[in-house]
Design a protein around this ligand. Structure first.
Ligand code: TRP
Ligand code: ZN
Length: 876
């Protein structure tokens, strides 16, 4: 076991490795309870290391069987956590290490483990050291050759990184396969899979004519659900060639889906390993959302081949170098595959619900952190999603063509390197010929910048003055912030919806963007001959909050006439948020505040606007989420009142448009067979949003039950069931539908997860009881992260009124699960613990209840470092 207190690792203390490993040869003899690993490492002093320096390699729970240096016994100090050799030769030498591991007992899902009988590995960030002693850090790059031996009946398929080599039979029903990866890589990209799995195959011809064999492997019986993954992979490969000029570089590309996995997927070189939730899809078992997630995650892992693998990170502080950039790339891919505006709305929703609360709470950290106790706790929305927003802004700041030149320079110059953010930014400084020193603050300063905007229009002088202030709030360990370079995309509209032309007004303004670089800036627009409507932060050009003193009429104008569809959504979303928060403040959510008539009318217009994409209408008709509303409400938040306030607006919209909505709903039926394309998915999404409104307006459960009974695809089947379970949990219709759903899909854990997720999201006071009951469901298994996330993370993260009970019952459920899960799977435990991060913003009763639960969790004796780190920071 690693130390429970842990030490703090600091970026400022980075030192290059003393020893390099140029080649690694691994032989695995696979036994469920006692796998034998033989590692032969070609080791040499790093340039600049003083000869005679002690060799120190990492381990984690290693059982050492034998150790030789150049074939001879060697004097070494070994513990399960470390290998130390004082006197190693000055010339390159070979270290041979034999270790034993128990994959079956590995429930941490890090290192070599078994998932449903399939041997698999997860080495990022520090899992390789659970396999053998190694300098387990991303700046040690080695060429790997792997030989796998296993019982043929237990593991007919044997996979590792790179290209396949020899394979054949061995005595006693065993067999072997060899793999060689010619591309030097850090240990975190090593992978091995062995098991009774089945592949679906295809081919891809790269831009230079190289033939690549593609394989998607799944557990036996699931082969019919691989088609969408393969389609998505081929489109990703083509897109990276066309948009970034990046070609694939091995003869094979394999993907394996496993059912026990801590995250979404992993980009191991030539052998991606996926959570099966993000591979398996057919119309009977996967929803449109599943299809979209699969498409984007396949792309993400594939794109890592260049941004992550060919160019990797020097150290884990540089994590955003690969993650932020790769998220940016998968966002662009999805935008090209689907509707750009619709994707942007989804991105911003995720950013606001996952990253903003992180940035505004005790777990806030810069996109490039400078210290950590447990690196697994830094695979965060800040590193991933805000990291992607930073790349997006970089492109906006230097322009499309300089961005492309900079990317090419980065790929060309750093191929084969373990690089830093400074290396990356230097490529764009050269490409654009400008300093990015201030822009780089986006990597270094935590916290969501707050922008305040004021406008003054002077009709006589035909002049508009826009005053912008920025404030970067203090965050843990960072009190004084410098002004940042914030690109604010904008437009000025005439009352008829035409744009004012505002080119060349000032240095601060270029191509529709105000470059805010000071704490306060005044931007003057001349020749504005009538009162304009100002639209700011178009396309969500920067991850900031914006407070603009603007007449309600202007906001409504933008919600109706903004010609950028993302920004039109943003305007309506802002109006809805303000109305809900006003209701919350004025009556604790019991009544809708003020005259919301104009807003309610807008929702009718959106629903009926046949000229717009159905997906856009569906998203726009979806009111802001309760967690986001709670965050915007500020301090002393009462989640029940937030829930009621949101419901008040929802009911008012439902009642005033019931007949229109029913008509549109009726017209959305189709007899065509299911297709996952964006257009059809949009129509189904719109149908389900309307179903929710209609259920509220009409009462009863008939409409939901009717859709459930007629549904011929999982999107509508699960959507209708969710409508029944969330809106009418006690109805006979809900019970009947649930029983039918379980009868149909009870043997499919991924589909049952959807049911657990619905139960977890039923709002209100009964939620904790319902969760305890659902924990008895046969599908709920606490060793499988998907099951725990479906029920517990959905409850804690997506059901504010149900989780935040004033009596603390919701918090106690979460703490109990963490206490059980964390000792076996620290990463999962730590993820769950982050759901306490916003406790300080709650009203006093809930705050006190959360504090008490957090304290008693902190006092648990066998809490792993991962969880301790999150709890300590949450309480600090
Ligand atoms: N690098 C992976 C990705 O973003 C995610 C990852 C990091 C991961 N650590 C992990 C996956 C641990 C599984 C387990 O694509
Ligand atoms: Zn990634």
């Amino acid at each position: 076991m690693r130390s429970e207190v842990g030490t703090t690792i600091r970026l400022s203390e980075y030192a290059p490795p003393s020893y390099l490993v140029s080649a690694v040869s691994l032989t695995f003899r696979l036994y469920p309870r006692r796998t034998i690993v033989k590692a032969a490492l070609s080791v040499q002093l790093n340039l600049g290391t003083v000869p005679g320096t002690e060799l120190v390699f990492d381990g984690d729970g290693i059982e050492l069987l034998s150790l030789t240096l150049n074939g001879l016994p060697v004097d070494a100090t070994t513990t399960p956590e470390e290998l130390r050799i004082a006197g190693v030769p000055h010339e390159p030498f070979t270290l041979e290490i034999e270790t034993a591991i128990d994959p079956e007992a590995n429930l941490a899902l890090s290192g070599l483990y078994r998932s449903n009988g399939v041997y698999c590995t997860q080495c990022e960030a520090e899992g390789f050291r659970r396999i053998t002693y190694f300098p387990d850090r991303p700046d040690v790059l080695s060429v790997y050759t792997v030989r796998i031996e296993a019982l043929s009946s237990e593991a007919p398929v044997l996979l590792s990184n790179g290209n396949p080599g020899e394979a054949g039979e061995l005595p006693d029903g065993w067999h072997f396969a060899e793999w060689h990866d010619p591309w030097p890589k850090p240990s975190y990209l090593f992978a091995l899979v062995a098991g009774d799995i089945v592949g679906a195959f295809d081919r891809f011809t790269t831009m230079s004519g190289r033939e690549v064999e593609l394989g998607v492997y799944v557990e036996r019986g699931k082969e019919s659900r691989t088609g969408w993954a393969i389609e998505s992979l081929k489109r990703s490969m083509k897109w990276d060639e066309e948009v970034f000029g990046r070609e694939y570089d091995l003869d094979v590309f394999n993907i394996v889906a496993v059912s026990d996995f801590n995250m979404g997927a992993m980009e191991n070189k030539g052998l991606n390993i996926f959570n099966d939730k993000y591979i398996l899809a057919d119309f009977r078992t996967a929803t449109d959302t599943d299809y979209a997630n699969i498409e984007t995650i396949i792309a993400h892992e594939y794109f890592h081949n260049w941004t992550g693998n060919r160019i990797t990170c020097r150290d884990w502080f540089q994590l955003c170098l690969k993650e932020g950039l790769t998220v940016y790339r998968d966002h662009e891919f999805s935008a090209d595959m689907r509707s750009r505006a619709v994707r942007r709305i989804a991105e911003v929703r995720t950013l606001k619900s996952a990253q903003f609360p992180e940035d505004g709470g005790p777990l806030a950290h810069p996109v490039r952190p400078t210290a950590y106790r447990e690196i697994n706790n830094f695979y965060t929305a800040t590193v991933y999603e805000k990291g992607s927003e930073v790349i997006r802004m970089l492109r906006m700041v230097i322009g499309d063509s300089a961005f492309r030149v900079g990317m090419d320079r980065y790929f060309g110059r750093h191929d084969g390197d373990a690089a830093t953010i400074e290396d990356f930014l230097a490529c764009f400084e050269e490409a654009s010929g400008r300093s990015l020193a201030q822009f780089a603050l986006w990597y270094h300063q935590a916290g969501t910048p707050q922008i305040t905007a004021e406008t003054q229009y002077d009709k006589d002088n035909e002049r508009l003055v826009l005053t912008l202030d920025q404030f970067v709030p203090p965050t843990p360990d960072q009190t004084d912030k410098k002004p940042m370079h914030i690109p604010i995309a904008f437009a000025l509209f005439r009352p008829d919806g035409a744009h004012f032309s505002v080119s060349k007004q000032s240095d601060l303004v270029q191509d529709g963007i105000i470059h805010l670089t000071e704490q306060r800036s005044e931007v003057v627009f001349d020749g504005i001959d009538e009162q304009p409507v100002v639209s700011l932060l178009r396309g969500f050009s920067a991850p900031v909050t914006l407070d603009i003193g603007q007449p309600e009429a202007d906001r409504i104008f933008l919600a109706r006439h903004e010609d950028d569809l993302y920004t039109r959504w943003q305007a309506l979303d802002r109006l809805a948020t303000d109305t809900i928060l006003a209701s919350y403040r004025q009556s604790g959510g019991r009544e809708l505040a003020g005259s919301a008539d104009a807003l309610i009318a807008l929702y009718g217009e959106v629903a009926c606007d046949e000229g717009q994409d159905a997906a856009w209408r569906a998203l726009t008709l979806t009111l802001p989420g309760e967690a986001t509303l709670g965050r915007e409400a500020g301090l002393n938040v009462d989640p029940d009142a937030i829930h009621d306030a949101r419901e008040a607006l929802l009911s008012a919209i439902a009642e005033s448009h019931a007949s229109d909505f029913a008509e549109i709903y009726g017209a959305l039926g189709t007899n065509e067979p299911y297709s996952p394309d964006a257009l059809s998915a949009g129509r189904r999404a719109l149908k389900l949003v309307l179903l929710d409104y209609l259920t509220v307006a009409e009462g009863g459960a008939a409409r939901g039950k009717d859709l459930f009974d007629r549904a011929d695809n999982m999107t509508e089947e699960a959507g209708a069931l969710e409508n029944l379970i969330l809106r009418r949990p006690q109805s006979t219709e809900a019970k009947a539908a649930r029983a039918a759903f379980e009868a149909r899909h009870g043997d499919d854990p991924l589909v049952m997860d959807k049911l657990l997720g619905m139960i977890a999201r039923v709002p209100g006071g009964d939620a904790p009881t319902r969760i305890l009951e659902a924990m008895e469901h046969p599908n709920y298994v606490e060793t499988n992260p998907n099951r725990v996330r479906a029920l517990i993370a959905s409850f804690a993260g997506a059901n504010p009124s149900g989780f935040h009970r004033p009596d603390g019952s919701g918090y106690r459920i979460l703490a109990d699960v963490i206490a059980r899960v964390a000792p076996q799977n620290p990463q999962l435990g730590a993820r769950l613990a982050t759901h306490f991060r916003s406790w300080k913003g709650l009203e006093t009763t809930r705050r006190a209840a959360a504090y008490e639960v957090l304290q008693s969790l902190r006092n648990k004796p066998d809490l792993p470092l991962d969880v301790r780190d999150i709890i300590d920071r949450t309480l600090s």
